[in-house]
Design a protein around this ligand. Structure first.
Ligand SMILES: CC(C)(COP(=O)(O)OP(=O)(O)OC[C@H]1O[C@@H](n2cnc3c(N)ncnc32)[C@H](O)[C@@H]1OP(=O)(O)O)[C@@H](O)C(=O)NCCC(=O)NCCS
Length: 176
């Protein structure tokens, strides 16, 4: 069973492999990370660990039994019991409900583990899969997103009040 784990230093090779294998797939719907990201991966990765250590962000990986990364699910800019949610799922498991189930589980963890009350997420109008994930995880549209936040594309901010009745998780992952 895949496990949802906090990002750790030891995950670096698996995260890099995930980002490389899915680079073109992700770039079809969201901004490409750019060559610098891959050239400076170790530095960028260590910076993420520092942000997580400081409590500014909480990074999660969905890890398969063989140690490969199936998805990344992040809570960033944690402040005033609110955070921005971001996620990406490997092409090889696309369309199987992985993102939907894991976002639901992360909403539960956001409250239970991180004390958050609200999550927000921005998605472009054309990112149908992401908008479906957000809707199925209880997010509602709250207004237009600045295209600068979405690689120049128009989109919408979505928000979920975590204090409302939790959705049924049905999450096929173990949480560590
Ligand atoms: C968005 C993303 C995380 C969805 O992951 P996933 O695990 O495939 O999503 P799910 O299987 O939970 O599917 C959610 C819904 O989207 C649909 N969907 C999945 N891929 C789709 C696609 N390429 N086009 C249209 N719909 C799609 C699914 O059928 C499902 O809809 P349904 O419930 O009506 O059947 C994944 O496509 C991804 O990583 N994309 C690139 C990064 C990205 O866009 N991140 C979000 C930024 S806002």
């Amino acid at each position: 069973m895949p496990e949802l784990k906090r990002l750790q230093a030891t995950h670096a090779p698996a995260v890099l492999a995930f980002e490389l294998a899915n680079r073109a797939y992700f770039a079809a719907s969201i901004s490409d990370r750019g060559d610098d990201f891959f050239d400076q991966f170790a530095d960028r990765y260590n910076a993420l660990l520092s942000e997580q250590e400081a409590g500014i962000c909480a990074f999660y990986l969905l890890v398969a039994e063989d140690g490969s990364v199936l998805g990344r699910f992040n809570l960033v800019d944690i402040e005033d019991q609110t955070a921005e949610l971001g996620y990406r799922v490997a092409q090889r498991v696309a369309g199987r409900g992985v993102a939907t189930a894991t976002v639901r589980e992360l909403c539960r963890l956001a409250t239970a583990r991180h004390g958050l009350r609200t999550l927000r997420a921005a998605a472009t109008h054309q990112n149908v899969a992401s908008r479906k994930v957000l809707a199925k995880a209880g997010f509602v549209p709250v207004g237009p997103a600045d295209p600068a936040h979405l690689g120049g594309k128009p989109g919408t901010w979505y928000q979920r009040d975590l204090m409302l009745q939790p959705l049924e998780s049905g999450c096929p992952v173990a949480v560590l």
